[in-house]
Design a protein around this ligand. Structure first.
Ligand code: ADE
Ligand code: ZN
Length: 329
């Protein structure tokens, strides 16, 4: 049932979804030597989260032209569709796509969008983008990224987020950027409660006014915060396989997603950076079913929550809701 089950993914980094073979091929075409980021079986090799961020940036350095991103978009959407994903929101970074120059960013975006339209026709999957500054690049740099986001907000770029090293800076440092994004009509999310504790989740929610939290799972360490998130309907973009592979939790049964859900928090399921964490949406479903005994009804209700929390416009949401309802019938 897992591949056939219609899925909605809200937390996926486009570069982080690049298969290692894809990055090797692009590097080969450009005569770049990046062999140090792979193990002897050809997988991405990293020691911990911080080393993962470095490896991620080396892999991403091979993607230097809009057409590289067009190829990547098609490859990623094909894989997602094979896992049963019907709608995907990916994080896109003008930091990597054109170095925060608005004109260059528009060219990357046009290439990504065109590839997404073709993938929608070929694989039946819909893509929308969330512009995402990189936290450890700092708040000043993030302002330039926010301006790129504001210039291109619309029916494809629908959100604004913040990824990268959660230990660096405070959410409040990025307030200008988040206000700028909100004023241009973008919906807001922020990585928090992955490497930072519950206070990091509270700060992102309170100081940036986000409606979704990327990960957010460490909210479980503060029962009052869990109640507040449930009460306010804040949506958590949970990526259990990512958390387990990076060593945040020792195994699937120890992951707090089920507890959070039982306590009334609106949880959703995503893969984060699937080839880095040896996962896919189908695998996340399989492992969650094994660990918590979740059946089709649970996954359907989570998919509905994801559709409600998607940042797309009404027309697109109605379209994906119809697909979910068709599967229910
Ligand atoms: N960038 C890519 N994956 C990430 C993660 N899991 N946390 C923070 N930043 C990221
Ligand atoms: Zn992430």
């Amino acid at each position: 049932m897992t591949e056939a089950e219609p899925k909605i993914e809200l937390h996926l980094h486009l570069e982080g979804a690049a298969p290692p073979a894809f990055i090797r091929q692009i590097a080969f075409e450009k005569s770049m030597n990046i062999n140090g980021i792979f193990d002897d079986r050809g997988n991405y090799a990293y020691r911990d989260f911080w080393h993962f961020l470095e490896v991620y940036e080396v892999a991403t350095s091979t993607l230097s032209r809009p057409e590289d991103y067009a190829r990547l978009t098609r490859a990623v959407l094909q894989e997602s569709a094979e896992s049963g994903v019907i709608y995907s929101e990916t994080f896109l970074s003008p930091d990597f796509c054109g170095g925060r120059d608005v004109g260059a960013w528009r060219e990357y975006l046009a290439a990504i969008r065109e590839a997404a339209m073709v993938a929608e026709r070929d694989f039946g999957i819909v893509l929308r983008g969330i512009v995402t500054p990189i936290r450890h690049f700092g708040p000043e740099v993030a302002r330039e990224t926010a301006l790129c986001a504001a210039e291109t907000a619309g029916d494809f770029i629908v959100g604004f987020g913040l990824a990268g090293d959660e230990i660096k800076f405070q959410p409040i440092d990025f307030k200008w950027s988040f206000d700028c994004a909100r004023e241009s009509g973008l919906r807001l999310t922020c990585h928090a409660g992955e490497w930072g504790g519950p206070e990091s989740v509270r700060a992102a929610w309170r100081d940036l006014g986000v409606e979704r939290i990327g990960h957010g799972v460490r909210a479980i360490e503060d029962p009052r915060l869990v109640d507040e998130l449930a009460e306010a309907g804040v949506v958590l973009e949970c990526c259990p396989g990512s958390n387990i592979t990076l060593g945040l939790y020792p195994n699937w049964r120890a992951h707090p997603i089920a507890q959070l859900r039982d306590r009334g928090v609106r949880v959703t399921i995503s893969t984060d950076d699937p080839p880095f964490f040896h996962t896919s949406m189908a695998r996340e479903y399989e492992r969650l079913a094994e660990a918590f005994g979740w059946d089709e009804a649970v996954f359907r209700s989570i998919a509905r929550t994801s559709a409600e929390a998607a940042f797309c416009n009404r027309e697109t949401r109605d379209k994906i809701m119809k697909k979910l309802e068709k599967a229910d019938a």
